[in-house]
Design a protein around this ligand. Structure first.
Ligand SMILES: *Cc1c(COP(=O)(O)O)cnc(C)c1O
Length: 348
C-alpha cells in the first residue's frame, strides 16, 4: 500500500492552516488583545475556547482509551469527523467512497454534500461482511471505505479479522465507525491502530456515555492523519462549556455504568419480543438497539406513535424489509413498548 498521506487531496496537502496568535504564544497568559473578544468576563465565556482545556479532555480520553494524544481528534460529534474524511481525502466530482449497505445514513449524505460518488455494497443476507465484494468495489479513485461495527441498523458487529482483511487489501482509508462498540463483546480495533496507517476509528460520547446533547465525537488515526484533521477543522469546533462538561462527566465515571443495565434490558426485551405473534424475527444485537422484523411494520409503527412511543421504521432500507429499529430504553420505557405491542397483537 502507498502511504496514506499520498491519498490526501493535493489542495489539502499544501494547505496553510489558520493559526491563532494564542496558539503561537507559549508564555504565561497576560493581556489578551488578539482575538477581538469582549474583555468583560461577566458571563464567564467571553474568551474563545482555550487549547489547554481541550488538551485536558484529550488527555483524559487518551488515558481511558490507552491511545496517545497525538492519535486523537475531538470533533463536534462523529459527524464532523465523517465530513472531514471526505473533505481531506476525496476530490469532488472525481473520487468515490465505498460503504456497506445498509448502514448509517450520514456516510451517504456527506458524500452527496461533497460531490463524491457513493458506492454502497450490500451486506450478505445474514448481515455478514462481504469482504471480497467490498475490496472488489474499490478502484484507483476510491479514497474512503466505511465500515460501521456494530452496524446501524443491523445491530451486529463484524469479526475484527474480516475488517482488518479489508484494511490490509485496499489502497484507501478505511473508516471503522465504532459508535456502539461499548455494547459489543467483539471489541474494538483500537489496540491495532498503530499497525495500520490507513485506519481511522470513530467513536463517540453520544451513545454509551449518555452525552448525545454535548456533541463530542472521537477519531483515532495515525499522527499524520490526525494533524491534517486538526488543520482542516474549524478553529474552535467544540465550545468551552462542552469541553468542561465532557471532562467532568468522564472524570465522574470512566466506564459508563449503564452499559450493563442496557445490555441486560436488551436481552430481556429480545426474549419477550420473540414471543409476540406480530414479531417474525429479532436479529442478534451487539448494540443498544434491536432490529425487529414484524408482520406489518407501518401498522405497528402507527400504533406505537399513537401511544407516544417513537421507534425508527427501517422497513424501506435494503435487507431490512418489515423491520423496525428499537432503541433500548429504561425498564419502564421498555415495559411501555411491550404493553403497546401486546395491545396491538390483541387488536390485529
Ligand atoms: C449515533 C451514531 C453516531 C454518532 O454520531 P455523533 O455525531 O457522534 O453523535 C455515529 N455513527 C453511527 C453509526 C451512529 O449510529
Amino acid at each position: 500500500m502507498k502511504d496514506v498521506i499520498s491519498l490526501v487531496r493535493p489542495n489539502i496537502a499544501s494547505l496553510e492552516p489558520y493559526s491563532t496568535a494564542r496558539d503561537e504564544y507559549k508564555g504565561e497568559i497576560g493581556v489578551l488583545m488578539d482575538a477581538n473578544e469582549n474583555p468583560f468576563a461577566g458571563k464567564g465565556i467571553n474568551r474563545y475556547p482555550s487549547t489547554s482545556a481541550k488538551d485536558a479532555l484529550r488527555s483524559k480520553i487518551s488515558r481511558m482509551k490507552r491511545i496517545p494524544c497525538g492519535n486523537i481528534f475531538l470533533g463536534n460529534g462523529s459527524d464532523e469527523a465523517i465530513d472531514l474524511c471526505y473533505r481531506i481525502f476525496c476530490r469532488p466530482g472525481m473520487d468515490n467512497a465505498v460503504a456497506i449497505s445498509p448502514s448509517y445514513g450520514m456516510y451517504g449524505v456527506c458524500a452527496e454534500v461533497n460531490d463524491v460518488a457513493y458506492r454502497p455494497v450490500l451486506l450478505r443476507d445474514d448481515f455478514s461482511l462481504p469482504v471480497d465484494e467490498i475490496i472488489a468495489a474499490c478502484d484507483n479513485n476510491t479514497k474512503l471505505v466505511f465500515i460501521c461495527s456494530p452496524n446501524n441498523p443491523t445491530a451486529n458487529a463484524f469479526p475484527l479479522e474480516s475488517i482488518l482483511k479489508i484494511v490490509e487489501a485496499v489502497e484507501a482509508v478505511v473508516v471503522v465507525d465504532e459508535a456502539y462498540v461499548d455494547f459489543s463483546p467483539k471489541g474494538s480495533l483500537l489496540p491495532v491502530l498503530s499497525q495500520h496507517r490507513n485506519l481511522v476509528i470513530l467513536q463517540t460520547l453520544s451513545k454509551a456515555y449518555g452525552l448525545a446533547g454535548l456533541r463530542v465525537g472521537l477519531a483515532f488515526a495515525c499522527e499524520d492523519v490526525i494533524k491534517i484533521f486538526r488543520q482542516v477543522k474549524y478553529p474552535y469546533n467544540i465550545g468551552t462549556d462542552t469541553i468542561e462538561l465532557a471532562l467532568r462527566c468522564l472524570e465522574a465515571s470512566d466506564a459508563p455504568s449503564e452499559i450493563k443495565t442496557l445490555v441486560a434490558e436488551r436481552k430481556r426485551l429480545e426474549g419477550i419480543l420473540r414471543e409476540e405473534p406480530c414479531v417474525l424475527e429479532v436479529y442478534p444485537s451487539d448494540a443498544n438497539f434491536l432490529l425487529v422484523k414484524v408482520t406489518d411494520p407501518s401498522g405497528l409503527y402507527r400504533s406505537l406513535i399513537g401511544a407516544g412511543v417513537i421507534v425508527r421504521d427501517r422497513s424501506r432500507v435494503p435487507l431490512c424489509g418489515g423491520c423496525l429499529r428499537i432503541t433500548i430504553g429504561t425498564y419502564e420505557e421498555n415495559q411501555k413498548l411491550i404493553e403497546v405491542i401486546r395491545a396491538y397483537g390483541r387488536e390485529s
